[in-house]
Design a protein around this ligand. Sequence first.
Ligand code: ADP
Ligand code: MG
Ligand code: MG
Length: 895
Amino acid sequence: MPVNSPSKYVYNFTEGGRELVDLLGGKGANLAEMTRLDLPVPAGFTITTEACRAHLAGGEPPAGLFDEVNDHLRELEARMGRVLGDPRNPLLLSVRSGARYSMPGMMETILDVGLTDASVAGLAALTGDEHFAWDSYRRLIQMFGRTVCGVPAAEFDRELDAARTAAGVATDSELSPADLRHLVETYKKVFHAHTGRDFPQAPHEQLYLAIRAVFDSWNSPRARLYRRQEQIPDDLGTAVNVMSMVFGNLGAGSGTGVAFTRDPATGARGVYGDYLADAQGEDVVAGIRNTVALQELERLDPTSFDQLMSIMDRLEHHYRDLCDIEFTIERGKLWMLQTRVGKRTAAAAFVIANQLVDEGIIDLDEALRRVTGDQLAQLMFPTIDPAAAGEPVATGVAAAPGAAAGRVVFDSAAAAAAGGPVILVRRETNPDDLPGMIAATGILTSRGGKTSHAAVVARGMGKTCVCGVEDLVIAPDGQHATLAGVELRAGDPISIDGTTGRVYRGTAPVHPSPVASYLDGDPTSQRDPVVAAVHRLLGHADATRRLAVHANADTPADATRARRLGAAGIGLCRTEHMFLGDRRELVERLIVAETDAEREAALAALLPLQRADFVGILAAMDGLPVTIRLLDPPLHEFLPALEELTARVVRAEALGRDPGRDALLLRVVRRLHEANPMLGLRGVRLGLVLPGLLAMQTRAIAEATAERIRAGGDPRPEIMVPLVGAVQELDAARAEVAVALAEVDGLPPIPIGTMIEVPRAALTAGEVAGAADFFSFGTNDLTQLGWGFSRDDVEAAFFPRYLELGIFARSPFETLDTSGVGRLIRLAIDEGRTARPGLRIGVCGEHAGDPESVGWFHGAGVDYVSCSPYRLPVARLAAGHAAVVTTDDPSAASR
Ligand code: ADP
Ligand code: MG
Ligand code: MG
């Protein structure tokens, strides 16, 4: 059948490769890739994501799918010399989900498909292990019952417990074949009771039902929640991998494990992993039994160990990156069951990218593609200072770095309900704990290693996690625990360090991150390997990026800090903060002035203060542009609140006293009171309505500039007019500004530009550009006004519900809404630059510090972004990253 025929839904592992990841999902594409590399992969085939999408759309598998599956199955049977369901020589299958993006533990996998009353004996004969055969059968009924037919897992668990108790043994593996055979009968009854039918004895029916169940698991609530968290689109669907089973539970010479080619937590070189002898499939990942370190395998089975090491080396060179691997050893024969480019912490991402450059495996551009601004942001989190924290009470596996202190909660519901920071304390986590993990600041488990559910999910979320703390003993009810022998109660304060694995009682002191110290100018932190990697990659980002990065800074101190953090100027200097504090009184006088003389006196008092502010900022940013925005907020922000004033006046009147100035103020406040201040008298409107304000601010800028020049400086102020909606507003403001500038001699050219933050300004950008020397997108207001959202009100009021409904995946105030607000921006850039070629364009909303948005601004042709000082390194890195990432590769841009 031709490869691109629309009816081709099934690919043999020998047909595909990693380039088909969209169609085969990550797991399927990489199984094919390993097959292509001649690695020992059990034979099998992949049903495409396209088939899944067709199934989800139509509610039924697409026509012809199962015929195609049968064709591939026959081929597989021929190849293996076994037949599905054959009573003497049965082929068993695993049916595994695998989407485009890894969603660990979110969807279903069913092992041992094909076991029936008839073939279980064949399996026993084939392997010479009756215990194993019956154990596999009871696992199938359990997994199939739960996944395909929705039988509650607890029903099976209860019977398993009962079987252990009846046999007087502690673990499943001690059950005799007769016990297991009996358990299978019991499980079948449970199955019947719940589904009203017998456990299917037709192996093909088992297979078809399992495939459908994997398709359907794409839309399970926990998978949907995970996708929303991880920003994975809902319409991709999952592929299904059908492959012949290999058995790690055939005694001590068999086993199963997971491995990483480098430490996914720190990036350190060397092989990391967990191994569990005599175990199958999910036993390792689930953290149900405590595993041994992979190095132990060298002692247990040196031949397989050596083979594994050489395969891992091969994979790392092939993928040119950290790989993670699932493998199984069946009686001394090594099988590769999965590989992928492994998830890693932010620290490991930087360290590994840097190492791979040193090793000559990738170049610096590629290294920069492998890190994101979000990861750099994570590295700027504080950690627990071991010197100050005292003795840890216990140590576990350092599963996800960072530091967290909070109160103990023992379950997801309590975590979600708690105020304040909490640490979720569990034996192990499973996908049902997801809401609690989202709510908690840190996660602590007594079981499992770096590859447990808790560890993988926490790393993905950027949350601190310590796993496998043996000194933490959690009672069977999950609501009580002891830590190092001492009771641990819900509500107790506890601290965890996910970088070292240490656990402290009480609230430990936290320490700033070395990356943050380095970025803030502390040279001693350079010895740290993470800092060294950040230094190199950020340096490369600076050398590569096209976007300039400016800071939003309002004071000389902020300006100085911004320069240290790499700002090439100030993109937004807000003047309203300069009107607060002691000076509020002067502004009040300006607002309530009833005569020209009063108003001029108030302005005259403000002028030298403003001038002094600008002198300081221009000095701190000497030689670099400082974009000063004229006064923006509504005036009532500078006056006492209406309620408070009313109360004061009423009280004075009731006591028969003269309310004095309060009465005047109250009149003014009433007059200025706005039902919708956000849409009211603010921005340029204010300057046009309040006589003398624009002139005073301009004069302060001009005189400060002149003063800096006299002092031998190189001041480069720019004047920015806020909230313009029509070019006529800008023309009027410009005229007044120009008059004030002309009154001061010897000034350099001072550009006068405008913010684009009212949708109408964006829509008429061609006209506005005629009067503007530059544009700066105020994306906060543009988002507010574009959506009609009052940010301060709506975010808390209903954004959680909107996120839940999937109306947007992230708040449009955090990450630019590219399809709506972004469209306004594109249009304004186009029309602005058509009217005025070379028009300089910046962005000064909070989106300027959001890596994903920065990437978009790069693509949209913006010249610079301007963000808060502490986000500067993140924006610099994101701008460099955007410059080396091709925009048609979304996986590289955001994951
Ligand atoms: P997940 O994506 O949740 O890791 P997998 O599809 O990888 O789910 O399967 C779950 C477990 O079953 C893994 O530990 C895997 O190694 C094991 N497994 C899958 N297929 C086979 C197989 N053919 N033989 C033996 N074990 C298998
Ligand atoms: Mg897996
Ligand atoms: Mg604004």
